[in-house]
Write a protein of this length. Structure first.
Length: 423
């Protein structure tokens, strides 16, 4: 198991290129199960989560080829079972149920794993499938879904903490091959949902309203192979922008979609930073002392929950009193204990972290609890005095492609060391 050592206190300068979106790529790869035709997906990031999804597709019988960010999938003949050993490492594996139901009318999928960031129920997914005419039962930790023929319906997919992105994806994929018209009310509006809908339309699906809270899908008899390029990863881009806010002296993120990052750039502007927006780039310059903030993580187009931890790292050394509230995953604050080990002054009450900025953090051994927490700890290490040692970095490899190399390219000093080398 690797560890990351961050030598703090080095300024960041230069340009970093952002990869394709993990949260788009996973459901899009799952959607290739909907057709017997060959699909070609480009700008697929090299991440462990992507590897797991491609393994799942291969286990289901797909022919999978991968080279230089391009993945080709042909699902000519598939089975409908994905059990625990196959799906246990990644929550997004749940999004294969929709395509399997749409194409084959049945699916047996083990309850998935993934990051431990509080309660992430899949009841909205299952409720949506039942509205389409699916019989669902739980047996031995497996979801068994059966629908001889899916029928369109009106489905409400907003839960107590907002709309479900993967649930919207899942139901949209199943409904693409259902009889009649399906209307998803309370649909997630994230750019990743729009990207999936764009791919499905290229396959021959009939979908309107993606990117709004009401999506209308008119089922078709068959879908076909298609080519598609994944959108840029807005969370990776946002992470590097926050790093630039912490210790940057002029950092540009390239190959991005600035419209997908408006809530992040607007929030960073409120701290007093100067931001230049290009066609597919964003440049951030520090300008004096950063100002404290009140940050509320909400469903898109609000501030993304996947950027909440990184903002906690930034505000830990921002003079004054800041608050960060996560309305989507109220218990997604396990990174706070690790930031406090580095000297951060943070109090958590309910879903709100109150942060009193300190002049500087101090290096310490810290433990990553999930994907975005690991990113926050690296950002904290970049500004800390001394060498910060981050354990469980396999979390970060789930969603960031060569993050250590990219930061080093900006002037950071980060070392990745295998555990065997430390003995």
């Amino acid at each position: 198991m690797d560890r990351i050592f961050i030598h703090g206190g080095r300024p960041l300068r230069g340009t970093v290129k952002i990869g394709g979106s993990k949260n788009s790529a996973l459901p899009i790869l799952a959607a290739t199960l909907l057709t017997r035709g060959k699909c070609t997906i480009s700008r697929v990031p090299d991440l462990s989560d992507i590897h797991y999804m491609l393994t799942i597709l291969s286990t289901l019988g797909c022919e999978v080829e991968r080279a230089s960010g391009i993945v080709r999938v042909c699902a000519q003949k598939i089975c409908t079972q994905a059990l625990y050993d196959t799906v246990r490492k990644m929550r997004a594996s749940i999004c294969i149920i929709g395509p399997l139901l749409g194409r084959e009318g049945e699916a047996t999928v083990s309850l998935p794993g993934g990051c431990v960031i509080g309660d992430r129920p899949i009841d909205l997914h299952l409720r949506g499938f039942e509205k389409l005419g699916t019989a669902i039962r739980m047996q031995g930790g497996n979801i068994k879904a059966l629908a001889p023929r899916l029928k369109g319906n009106t489905i409400f997919l907003r839960g107590k903490h907002g709309s479900t992105v993967l649930g919207t994806d899942n139901v949209m994929m199943a409904a693409a091959l259902a009889d009649g018209i399906t209307v998803i009310e309370g649909a997630a509006e994230e750019p990743e949902v729009v990207d999936l809908a764009s791919f499905l339309v290229k396959m021959g699906a009939c979908i309107e309203g993606a990117g709004t809270s009401r999506i209308v899908i008119e089922g078709v008899k068959e879908l076909y192979g298609a080519e598609h390029e994944i959108i840029p990863d807005r969370i990776e881009a946002g992470t590097f922008l926050v790093a630039a806010a912490i210790c940057g002296e002029g950092v540009t993120v390239q190959h991005v979609a600035p419209q997908h990052l408006q809530s992040v750039t607007e929030t960073l502007r409120k701290t007093g930073l100067r931001i230049e927006i290009g066609t597919n780039s964003i440049t951030l310059h520090k300008r004096g002392k950063s100002q404290p903030l009140k940050v509320d993580a909400k469903p898109h187009p609000g501030f993304p929950t996947d950027m909440q931890a990184q903002m906690c790292a930034l505000l830990s050394t921002t003079e004054g009193l800041s608050t960060v509230t996560d309305h989507i995953f109220p218990r997604r604050f396990m990174h706070l204990a690790e930031l406090k080990r580095m000297g951060a002054n943070i109090e958590l009450e309910g879903a709100t972290a109150t942060i009193r900025g300190v002049p500087i953090l101090g290096a310490a051994p810290v433990m990553a609890s999930d994907l975005r927490a690991s990113a926050a700890l690296i950002l904290a290490g970049l500004q800390a005095e001394g060498i910060t040692e981050v354990h469980r970095v396999y979390h970060i490899d789930r969603g960031y492609e060569r993050i250590d190399e990219k930061f080093n390219g900006l002037g950071a000093h980060i070392e990745r060391v295998k555990t065997s080398s430390l003995r």
